[in-house]
Write a protein that binds this ligand. Sequence first.
Ligand code: NDP
Length: 448
Amino acid sequence: MSISQAIEKVEARYAHQPEFVQAVKEVALTIAPLYDAHPEYQKMKIFERLVEPDRIISFRINWENDKGEVQVNRGWRVQFSNALGPYKGGVRFHPTVNQSVLKFLGFEQIFKNALTGLPMGGGKGGSDFDPKGKTDSEIRRFCYAFMRELHQYVSKDIDVPAGDIGVGSREVSYMFAMYKNLTHEYGGVLTGKGVGFGGSLMRTEATGYGAVYFLANMLGAQSDSFKGKKVLLSGAGNVSLHAAEKVCMLGGIPIAVSDSKGTLYDENGLNQDKIDWLKKQKAESKPLTDYIAVYGGEWFAGKKPWHLKGDVAIPSATQNEVNIEDAKMMVENGVKYIAEGANMPLDADAVDYVREHRVHYAPGKAANAGGVAVSALEMSQNSVRQYKTFEQIDERLKTIMKNIHDSAAEASDKYNQTDNNYIDYMAGANIVGFKRVADALIAYGILN
Ligand code: NDP
């Protein structure tokens, strides 16, 4: 079966899972030159095998709110592929979570993890639980109940979850405590743990910092740098604020962040003090609008940052947040570089548009791989029971991001996707990630 036939099959079978189909098509359309060069992939039906998860575990979560009322949520773990290592990927708590979203995230995660060069398979999990407006004791009860179910299917050598939207260090700690309580095992079953009890230094910063390191390599490939560049970021969460922090360190000027309510614009640029203030504000679930009274700036209610002028964009909120209209605005407003801090924040039309307009564009699976890379370092530190310094992890992160950049650029070149120094990072990253997994599957025969 050819790649195009395989896409048709996925489209027909999973028409009700649009995010998943979108993610599959993006990979499929860019790996065709690799597939043509490797007839054994077609013979062994590698692509058809990889679009079906090894398994999806679906469960019910009963928990009690503060009023003693019974609440029922749905939970899932998608164990997509363990060809390269234990299933690895975050857990998301958000009302939009469903099987389509988790399958797209799990599918992307396979190739992202492969790109890091570290021994991890791909998976993702989550629940339609909405943490917004919940008290700390409600969050705690929910996390305990979630792990009471999930613990049967995960372990440090089988499947290692972590955080994602709605799941930060507090939630990871609650889930880790429940796992430990039920299994009596103190190990590396979750990453993103507190630094005092098995977590790695720099895990919190890693995704945002890594995305900016990736961008620094993209800029370098065009003999350019962050110096004086105006940077637009969406989101005001873990990824966005740490990316903004690293942008400042490298001489760029973050001028906008956003959340689900609107965009905060500061023409003077964010600095470390302002970013620390924003981190505290978000941690306390307080509104971004309070910023104006303290530091000035402007608030655009219900708007995304893309109507503002900037040189670099780092969309870091959620999937499909950038549509074709947003992409057009970005190009008009002078954006020359985009690195996805979030997973699949540009929809398919937006991706086509920015690539057609020669905006240097890095997909999330390459640009935001720093988070999972440091998670892998957390796993290895847990195994050897020795911990590295912040500086040591930072050096590893820089090297890993450079390697991902360079290998994607090299594959873009090798498979004739680079045109006049415009590097096709999307094709390059998909080719490198896919090839690593495909070669392992070929070696295994017909077992996954
Ligand atoms: P957080 O929960 O810390 O922050 C998410 C931010 O995005 C919040 O500011 C939130 O606003 C905003 N947001 C969420 N949904 C929307 C929406 N529909 N419209 C506008 N804004 C929205 O999440 P993270 O920073 O951890 O994750 C952000 C993205 O990065 C996700 O796609 C995630 O999968 C990806 N990612 C995260 C990694 C990590 O290590 N954390 C690793 C790799 C990828 P509000 O507070 O108003 O909801």
